[in-house]
Design a protein around this ligand. Structure first.
Ligand code: SAH
Length: 309
């Protein structure tokens, strides 16, 4: 019998913790960490048909002389994260695998989102059941589509295309993997700009735009609201603007002129907001001339679609 060559480490957590846990693991497992959906999908009558339920985050450590040290570092990293938000203990299991690239790819599953979208791991060709695929390479650390806030923003994007006429110009502030801008382009937006303060987001977004055949419609640049307002990019304003960041950052960005990036009648889709933080964001929106048109939530996470008067 072959000796095990890998030690699998895994934790089953909820969607909002999965990326943070994956980030800790990937510090010590540069070859890749996977997030496997164990979610049960709710019907369209429930909360926009979001995926709910646990995610399994796992990675494979080579069994070599560095194993014990790496294992200790992982436990330590998870312990710190567990102090912020309670976590289950990691499970370690010897794993015998020859073609391990294929093995980790098997952990990904397509995630249906909203009424008609499906987040699809780049290499899969699943049965789409009439859904529009948003292809994402989850090798990238952020914006894999597993976070509830990303899914809420995608469902609101569908609502935009159902309720507002025309072909929106799109700005994605904090684009990460580019998933939101890519989805809007696939739903029919003619042009989008994605900006992020993290230069890594440029490569990730470009890759994902290429995967989805929309690269020539997506401009990317390092920056935020201020740089867009200064006219550093091709688009200065849009009809559909995303910012899925964090509530305090959103309030600050609204003060920096985020609201003015939207043309009259256009929508601002905000998320990264915990339920208790929502009133602060809503009052900032009201102050900047917005009315809330939709406010869906998954668990404690809220997304807000607001229209500029
Ligand atoms: N839009 C993606 C990624 C969200 S993660 C999604 O919905 O899944 C949030 C992103 O915002 C990160 O990539 C982070 O680098 C970026 N970010 C954080 N603060 C920012 C700021 N002030 N301006 C622009 N981007 C910011």
């Amino acid at each position: 019998m072959a000796e095990p060559t890998w030690l699998e480490v895994s934790l089953t957590v909820n969607g909002e913790l999965a990326e943070a846990v994956a980030e800790v693991l990937s510090r010590y497992i540069p070859a890749g960490v996977v997030i496997e959906s164990m979610a049960v999908y709710t019907g369209p009558e429930d909360e926009n048909g979001q995926a709910v339920g646990p995610l399994r985050v796992c990675g494979y450590l080579p069994i070599d002389e560095k194993l014990e040290e790496t294992r200790r570092k992982i436990e330590e990293g998870l312990w710190y994260l567990g102090r912020i938000s309670p976590l289950p203990a990691p499970v370690f299991r010897p794993f015998e695998e020859i073609n391990w690239m294929e093995a980790w790819k098997q952990h990904y599953h397509p995630i249906p989102v909203g009424e008609g979208l499906m987040i699809v791991p780049a290499w899969l060709e699943p049965e789409m059941g009439g859904r529009l695929p948003i292809r994402i390479d989850p090798g990238m650390a952020f914006g894999t589509g597993t976070h509830p806030t990303t899914q809420l923003c995608l469902a609101l994007t569908e609502a935009y295309f159902q309720h507002v006429a025309g072909a929106p110009l799109v700005l994605d502030i904090g684009c990460g993997s580019g998933i939101l801008a890519v989805a809007a382009l696939k739903l029919g937006a003619p042009q989008a700009l994605g900006v992020d303060i993290d230069p890594q987001a440029m490569d990730a977004s470009r890759q994902n735009a290429i995967l989805n055949g929309v690269a020539e419609k997506l401009e990317l640049g390092v920056g935020s609201v201020a740089e867009v307002r200064q006219g550093k990019f091709g688009l200065r304003q849009g009809d559909l603007i995303y910012a899925n960041i964090l509530a305090p950052v959103l309030v600050r960005l609204l003060d920096d002129g985020l609201g003015e990036l939207v043309m009259a009648g256009g929508w601002l889709i905000l998320s990264g907001i915990l339920a208790e933080q929502s009133p602060a964001v809503e009052s900032a929106l009201a102050m900047h001339g917005y009315c809330v048109v939709n406010k869906p939530h998954v668990g404690d996470w809220v997304a807000i679609a607001a229209q500029r008067k």
